[in-house]
Design a binder for this molecule. Structure first.
Ligand code: SF4
Length: 357
């Protein structure tokens, strides 16, 4: 006789009952299409829910299937991912889509092992796609789930350690409701996003407050235990903004550098501080161009991991173009986010807001 299926835990019952009433209506929650769920999960990594809504709809309108995205050019990929940052995710997603076309006839496989072999699909994304799209009883543990579980179980070792992550995984696997794994995983993430938040957990509204170790030991603010974060560095960067006949002078970022393939405004690199007096000489050294620099026409802020960057854009006069090129001021050019912020600040709107990435 086959063993009886594992029953959902009392924890899962309370969590699911809350989730079915409190869940936010998000675009990716209105579908079971595994490709759409895969795309949403990749976009949501390191990115706020609100910043994903517009790119998610735009991306799926352009690439409704893995085959459509598999055939996209590098420029099309960069344009499709604009506003989200961390472009490596998009390249891995495309590698995964190409693998789905090559090995699975363009259909995202309903198989946990086959999902695990796709490029760019780690344990979290695999769990999310398998459980939400296909109803497979596997857990999906993201930062929210780590936090909720570390608090609820009172995990005292640093959350970055293998020991802590194993303890969390075992707890979540024990809680998982095998009849509703997709809803269970989403409910855990939702609880972390809206109730058991990093800064202001609302234990009074928590559906699983009973049995929460952090709450009963008054250690909610101390958990999860984390290594001290690195302090953000302030960087003062400069670029030059030269515009002519609907084009701006730019440079394609070479392969091997961060944001490879995108087009940036000429400068020493967005993380390189340079004095105004040295700027023209630095541009000549880097690109073989000759410019007479004018005043700063726009100052924009940009933040990337561990850096707060102030970008000053100078006007100027071009005397020799060197290796710089003219690129269309259009959404079809994969301008970097700092470049799009400079365009917006100077009234050179490309037709959509420059989002933080
Ligand atoms: S009771 Fe508080 S600390 Fe415990 S899981 Fe709920 S919100 Fe988080």
């Amino acid at each position: 006789m086959a063993p009886a299926p594992k029953a959902g835990s009392a924890f899962a019952a309370r969590l699911l009952s809350w989730f079915r009433q409190a869940r936010r209506d998000l675009p990716w929650r209105r579908t079971r299409d595994p490709w759409a769920i895969w795309v949403s999960e990749v976009m949501l990594q390191q990115t706020r829910v609100e910043a994903v809504r517009v790119p998610f709809a735009r991306f799926l309108a352009a690439y409704p299937t893995p085959a459509a995205f598999a055939a996209a050019s590098e420029d099309e990929l960069l344009v499709a991912w604009r506003g989200l940052g961390y472009y490596r995710r998009a390249r891995l997603l495309q590698q995964g889509a190409r693998e789905v076309v090559a090995r699975h006839g363009g259909v995202v496989p309903d198989d946990v092992e086959a999902l695990a072999e796709l490029p760019g699909i780690g344990a979290y994304t695999r769990g999310a796609v398998a459980s939400i799209a296909f109803g497979r009883p596997v857990v999906a543990i993201d930062g929210n789930v780590l936090r909720v579980t570390a608090r609820h179980r009172g995990v005292r070792s640093s959350i970055e350690t293998a020991a802590a992550q194993t303890a969390v995984r075992q707890a979540v696997e024990a809680w998982l409701d095998p009849a509703s794994p997709g809803d269970f995983n989403q409910a855990m993430m939702e609880l972390g996003a809206v109730v058991c938040t990093k800064a202001q957990p609302r234990c009074g509204d928590c559906p699983v407050a009973a049995g929460c170790v952090a709450r009963t030991t008054d250690s909610v603010a101390d958990l999860p235990v984390k290594k001290a974060p690195r302090a953000a560095l302030d960087v003062a960067a400069r670029v030059v903004l030269l515009v002519e006949a609907g084009h701006a002078l730019g440079v394609r970022i070479p392969v091997g550098e961060p944001n490879a393939g995108q087009v940036e405004l000429p400068g020493p690199g967005v993380l390189v501080a340079v004095d105004a007096l040295d700027f023209a000489a630095e541009l000549e050294r880097r690109f073989g161009c000759r410019l007479t620099l004018g005043p700063v026409t726009a100052t924009v802020k940009h933040a990337i991991t561990h850096h707060r960057i102030t970008v000053r854009a100078h006007t100027g006069e071009l005397r020799r173009r060197g290796r710089l090129q003219w690129f269309p001021l259009a959404t079809t050019t994969p301008w970097t986010t700092p470049a799009r912020k400079v365009f917006a600040a100077t009234g050179l709107d490309l037709g959509e807001p420059a989002q933080q990435a």
